[in-house]
Ligand binder design. Sequence first.
Ligand code: DGY
Length: 434
Amino acid sequence: MKGLKNHAIEVLNGNWKDKIGFSVPCANLYPFQWFWDSGLIAIGFAHFDMRKAEQEIRTLLDTQWGNGFIPHIIFHTDSDSYFPGPDFHRSDLHPQSSKKYRSTGMTQPPVTGFVLEKMYNIAKDKDAVLKFIKSLIDKVYFNHKYFYENRDPQNEGLVYIYHNWESGTDNSPIWDDIWDTMNPPEYTFERRDTTHVDASERPSKREYDHYLYIIDIAKEHNYSDEKIAELSPFLVQDPLFNAMLIKSNESLINLYEKLGDSEKVNQLKEWQEKSKQSFNSKLFDEELGAYVHYDMRNERPLRYLSSSSFSPLYAGIPSTERAASMVQIMMEKFGGDHQYLCASFDPTSERFNPKKYWRGPVWVNLNWMLHNGLKRYGYKDIAERVKHDTIQILEKNGFYEYFDSRKEMHQNGKAGYGGNNFSWSAALLIDLLE
Ligand code: DGY
């Protein structure tokens, strides 16, 4: 196991850019800083190099806009190995965007709150890390305030995402139902991702047309949240995204209590209560026995099981009864002896594709959340199984971006897909081994 951990450390150090102070998720394929990658990467660094962990978060939060928004990609350097770059995204159209950094005009799951608490828990020198946290925690709070004030038009305590790239689960089959409601133009552009990774493991050209079209609509309105809420064909309350926000609220409450800021604690508790309540009343699907996405534009739940359906365990959202039903359904559909936990999409669905990005493969970040969520609810054995499966697939294949969920595929040949030497696969392995 020591060899695997050392390899993980090598991967993280290899993807670290010291001059600016951040990590790329993966060379060539993702040559910039990504929001939720950065947060999860900092957890790995915290175990062996707290300076880098702190710098990773410092750089990320420095990119915050005047309204509290934090972008999903920050284009620190020029690179022709990625499309669409800063010239397509044009974040400068937003009146409050950062003057210092070029970025996208969309965000990603808000992991920073719980990352700060993780860093505190990992730290040997608690005072030093608390001092670091104190110096920037208000930025994370401001980011949550942004979400509640600008991404919750019906004042429900649930925030929307307006783009599949905001979900983090980019080409999930869940979005197919939304693509069916749209008919974007055929864009002419040169894909760069498929020069690094086999096209069969990446989204299709037609899917990219949808992705670009939603951005064009947002750009037409200078990335105004209000206009996006009114006009974007993609407007979704995502259980993974909202679970990350709720888990981060919980961590901010714990940290502000340590720092003695009762005003922030009270506001966070207010947000938290409302969020949890709506999450449970709106996103739980009794028949499926787990949480699902809600399509606000077309006013309908998107009734599919995915690894996102189980992520609320990590944030302590379900009751113990609901948790039991979630675990049962997960084991029935995702957890058979021939499968590695946890496929990113329902393996019994005809939309399942175990090789294609978020349409089925196992991802280490979701497994890490699931492991911690199952532990939280007392499912020790299944939590161990998730950890064991994760370690085994990494040992067999290396630190790929995603992995085939079918055990037979790991017998001979490559069953790791997407980018190799992928940062969060390495970072979260280090945390799982502690
Ligand atoms: C990509 O380019 O596939 C990224 O995941 C977008 O965030």
